[in-house]
Ligand binder design. Structure first.
Ligand code: GUN
Ligand code: ZN
Length: 645
């Protein structure tokens, strides 16, 4: 049995613990390809020096090399390779892709993989080539599915790779992935992608990966078969790939090619060796060129591995910091074909949005027009157009001066607008931002260049026009065109308290929350709203960091009474009730139902099966993830109802 637990996520990207009977690794992880006939870097060194906890080798090559076959069957793969970590084997599919038909059946190679003690074996899938017709691809995909069923029945203790095929046909990819999700499979490689990467067809690669991900069980690791260039790791992780493998580190070394995060470079064409990795340190370009062939190959292979390792560490750091979009957007600028991939990803924004957190710790950085494809932008637009109630029929528009929050940098101007009966709205790269919403993530927690580009200008103007029409304002003015004669009274804090609640919980929930006498408790230091008290009860608190509310038990009870289930509910089974009521986290194995609209980091209500409120907290997963994962935190519970005064 294997287990796969979500530890940290940023959208579809995730850091997970993958446990197998022979060890565990943290993903995203790369498995170096070890060719048992050519030991470029010995497996022990991969494990002890480089820290690779898993490798991949080829069972077909071992089976066809009598000496290796006998040793592997006699002493086992781990001993033969001298590797203590997790060993994955491939099945010979790739050899048939490269060299034509292989003389082998699925059951033969399955039996063989079991006989040599592989940890994760691979079915003999059919490599679906990008230029294949749809008919041929459909046949090959169905045949792969049949063989995978056969492999499931045979796998025994061995873990199994069920390879998603389907060439570039997105419907076949999703179909194959859905079928495989129902089988007893441990890891899902996405296969048939090597030619796409070799030909720099990154937009096709995006179609293939995303359509596969959409059909897969989210609680299983996804391996992008044959991907291991440091250049693609951030982008592939962004699409939810967990495992990678690389034969290139060794193959490229053989013909003097060095991998870097911005591409592959030929030693002969390099002007300097500005690399400080442990392999290159202290070595000049001239010295490297003069080395004996074997020594040079050996050094370059290690250099390549160091580049991969370092980039993986950077990818993980960006996932932890909630900034993987920034990294992927930067990396995709290494090659125009990768930028095509990034642009194609916009087609999948609905699926991306389902996984994108409601708020992040760090600020959003603009890296270029592709940044607007991130789901946060569409989410803001749709909530602004459906969950906003204008405080006035008249608008005063302000330009974005970059001073955030705007209500501080425009304090006097907003006051003047409101005294004269206008609702202040700033025209920003997000589109129009009403003054009441300006402290919400990511409006305030974002940085854009002050010299704007035409995409930004067009976008913010277009969205502002839409907004003005949507709410049918009778009058739209600019500051300089208004004479300040007003003395209308207003309560900016109350306007904010209501607007944020509508944005976060919706209009009906807000009516239920804010009733009777409403008092706002403000921070003495920052003057920001801290707590909302309604009818004498503490219903909401506002977080200073992202300007969003946390729900108190009474607030949750009011929403639950006013908005029918499943709205923002996570329902746990009876076993879990006493724990959650005491404020312990809700784990996915106890979740029996959940609102499909819930997004990661969203404020939610944990209930029992009768819709009784047990606790409030933040969702860590989507509905499908809660259903699929066998372990892990579904809701980080903040307070259970029993510990409330
Ligand atoms: N290695 C690279 N691509 C593939 C693939 O599609 N299937 C298998 N089994 N191995 C691969
Ligand atoms: Zn180096």
């Amino acid at each position: 049995m294997a287990s796969f637990e979500l530890l940290k996520r940023d959208g579809l990207a995730r850091i997970c613990r993958f446990e197998t009977p022979s060890g565990s690794i943290e993903t995203p992880a790369l498995l170096p390809v070890v060719n048992p006939k050519i030991n470029t870097v010995p497996p022990r060194e991969l494990h002890d020096e480089f820290g690779f906890g898993a490798l991949i080798t080829n069972s077909y090559i071992i089976k066809n090399t009598p000496e290796l076959k006998d040793r592997a069957q006699a002493e086992g793969l781990h001993k033969m390779l001298d590797f203590d970590g997790i060993i994955m084997t491939d099945s010979g599919t790739f050899q048939s892709h490269m060299y034509g038909e292989v003389d082998l059946t699925n059951s033969e190679i399955m039996e063989f993989q079991k006989s040599i003690g592989t940890d994760i074996g691979t079915v003999l899938d059919i490599f679906t080539e990008p230029e294949w017709s749809k008919e041929k691809t459909r046949w090959a995909t169905d045949e792969t599915l049949k063989r995978t069923e056969e492999a499931c029945a045979m796998k025994g203790e061995m873990l199994l790779n069920g390879v998603v095929q389907g060439s570039v046909y997105t419907d076949l990819r999703t179909y194959c992935a859905e079928k495989m999700s129902k089988m007893d499979i441990d890891v899902h490689p996405i296969g048939g992608v090597v030619p796409l990467m070799e030909q720099y067809r990154y937009s096709d690669l995006v179609d293939v990966v995303m359509s596969s991900k959409m059909g897969l069980n989210p609680a299983r690791p996804v391996h992008l078969f044959g991907a291991g260039h440091p250049m693609v790791l951030a982008f592939a992780a962004l699409m939810g790939c967990d495992l990678f493998d690389s034969a290139s580190y060794a193959k490229f070394a053989r013909d003097d090619r060095l991998m870097f995060v911005d591409g592959t470079f030929r030693l002969q064409e390099m002007q300097s060796l500005d690399c400080d990795c442990p392999a290159c340190r202290g070595i000049t370009l001239e010295a490297l060129k003069k080395m004996k062939n074997r020594d040079r190959e050996s050094l370059i292979a290690r250099h390549n591995l160091h580049q991969i390792k370092e980039e993986l560490e950077i990818v993980k750091r960006y996932i932890r910091e909630g900034r993987l979009w920034e990294l992927a957007e930067m990396r995709c600028r290494a090659h125009p074909a990768m930028l095509d991939g990034l642009r194609r990803l916009a087609e999948y924004r609905r699926f991306m949005e389902m996984h994108d957190p409601i708020s992040r710790d760090g600020a959003l950085f603009y890296t270029g027009p592709e940044t607007y494809n991130r789901p946060v932008f569409q989410r803001y637009e749709s909530r602004l157009m459906t969950r906003y109630v204008p405080p006035s029929g008249k608008v005063m528009l302000f330009s974005d001066n970059g001073g955030k929050p705007y209500s501080r940098s425009y304090a006097d101007e907003f006051d003047m607008a409101r005294r004269n009966g206008y609702a202040p709205v700033v025209v920003t790269p997000f589109g129009p931002v009403p003054a009441e919403l300006d402290e919400l993530y990511p409006l305030s927690q974002s940085l854009f260049p002050s010299i704007t580009d035409s995409d930004t200008d067009r976008r913010s103007m277009g969205l502002t026009m839409e907004f003005l029409q949507r709410y049918d304002f009778e009058d739209t003015v600019k500051l300089e065109n208004v004479e300040d004669r007003g003395s209308l009274e207003y309560d900016a804090d109350m306007l904010r308290a209501l607007a944020v609640s509508r944005y976060q919980f919706g209009i009906i929930a807000t009516e239920a929350l804010f009733r009777g006498k409403v008092e706002l408790v403000k921070s003495k230091n920052t003057n920001k709203i801290r707590n909302v008290i309604s009818d004498g009860e503490h219903i909401l608190s506002m977080r200073a960091g992202d300007g969003m509310y946390t729900l108190k038990a009474e607030g949750a009870a009011r929403i639950a009474a006013a908005v029918p289930a499943p709205y923002i509910r996570v329902v746990v089974n009876d076993d879990s009730v006493p724990y959650v009521t005491q404020g312990r986290n809700a784990f996915c194995q106890f979740v029996i139902d959940c609102d499909p609209g819930i997004r990661p980091m969203e404020e939610v209500i944990v209930t029992d099966r009768n819709d009784r409120v047990l606790a409030t907290g933040r969702a860590m997963m989507t509905r499908k993830e809660m259903e699929s994962f066998g372990r892990g935190v579904a809701v980080k519970v903040r307070n259970g109802t029993s510990d409330e005064p």
